[in-house]
Design a protein around this ligand. Structure first.
Ligand code: AG3
Length: 285
């Protein structure tokens, strides 16, 4: 029998994204948020935090490849990487595909997200036990404060600027991230949808431009996120987000689902209306 049960994520009470649900695999309340894993016909298992789609088995590759490979290939030789959030493990899995990486620190506020992902999302959380990974359960806002000259890359794999994630979208946090980078350090953050979350996208871009000399947004589809069209932003002291390690890029593209060297160039093309959004950023309150 086919259940006619649907999950809907509502976007600003104006539109919604719906998935037919085969069953609920996990439902719990952590210290920080509501965590659910549902099984859907269209996208496989889906991790929800406070009712918002964080990742799905079927389309997670767009997001995790974009947040990892673009910044790491812009660095000639990344060894030490900090992942902020990312408790589902998808970013860990992609970062570990870079042979130069010796150590990953995952700073996640909510250990329940890690436990639930290990249990219900094995294809995403599969590399959490790699010896190069150190898991640190703490609010990254605190963790980063005294880290100076520590990381070759910081990847901000956060939720939306709501609930436990708000502190990760401030000028102070971004300044601390900048200070935590070593020479040639790079950072990429998830920066919301340039169609469904324009206010957030503009505000984040404005803040990043106050803090980093190089700020380059990039874009890809994520079919299950608001607007189905998502952004990340690359920032650095001076490095541009071009491929600075051609050999690694050529190797990585062989086994990637979305990433290849043409995509690396293409994702930095900024549509005209988005250029205007960014230019009008100062007007955001
Ligand atoms: N983090 C970004 C999810 C944002 C989705 N927003 C929403 N559905 N309203 C994803 C974490 C994956 N590692």
């Amino acid at each position: 029998m086919v259940l006619d049960v649907w999950f809907t994520e509502k976007h600003e009470d104006m539109q919604g994204f719906s998935l037919r649900v085969n069953g609920i695999l996990y439902s719990g309340q952590s210290k920080f948020q509501k965590i659910d894993v549902i099984d859907t016909e269209a996208f496989g298992r889906v991790l929800l935090l406070d009712g918002l789609v964080m990742t799905t088995e079927k389309d997670e590759f767009f997001y995790h490849e974009m947040i990892s490979h673009i910044p790491l290939l812009a660095h000639p030789d990344p060894e030490k990487v900090l992942i902020v959030g990312g408790g589902d493990g998808g970013t860990i899995r992609e970062v570990l595909r870079h042979p130069s990486v010796k150590e990953i620190i995952l700073c996640e506020i909510d250990s329940d997200v890690i436990d639930v992902s290990r249990q219900y999302l094995p294809s995403i959380a599969c590399k959490m036990d790699d010896p190069r990974v150190k898991i640190h359960i703490e609010d990254a806002v605190e963790y980063i404060k005294d880290k100076k000259n520590c990381f070759d890359a910081v990847l901000i794999d956060s939720t939306d600027p709501l609930g436990p994630g708000v502190g990760l979208f401030t000028e102070e946090f971004y300044t601390n991230v900048r200070n935590s980078l070593r020479e040639n350090g790079v950072m990429s953050a998830q920066t919301e949808s340039p169609i469904a979350c324009q206010k957030e996208f503009k505000l984040i871009n404005l803040l990043l431009n106050k803090v980093f000399p190089v700020v380059k947004p990039y874009f890809a589809p994520v079919p299950t996120y608001p607007g189905a069209y998502w952004s990340w932003t690359f920032c650095s002291e001076s490095l541009q987000p071009v491929i600075n390690n051609e050999k690694s890029a050529a190797d990585l593209e062989k086994d990637s689902k979305y990433y290849n060297r043409e995509i690396h160039k293409a994702v930095f093309a900024v549509p005209n209306y988005v250029k205007q959004l960014i230019a009008s950023g100062e007007a955001v309150k």
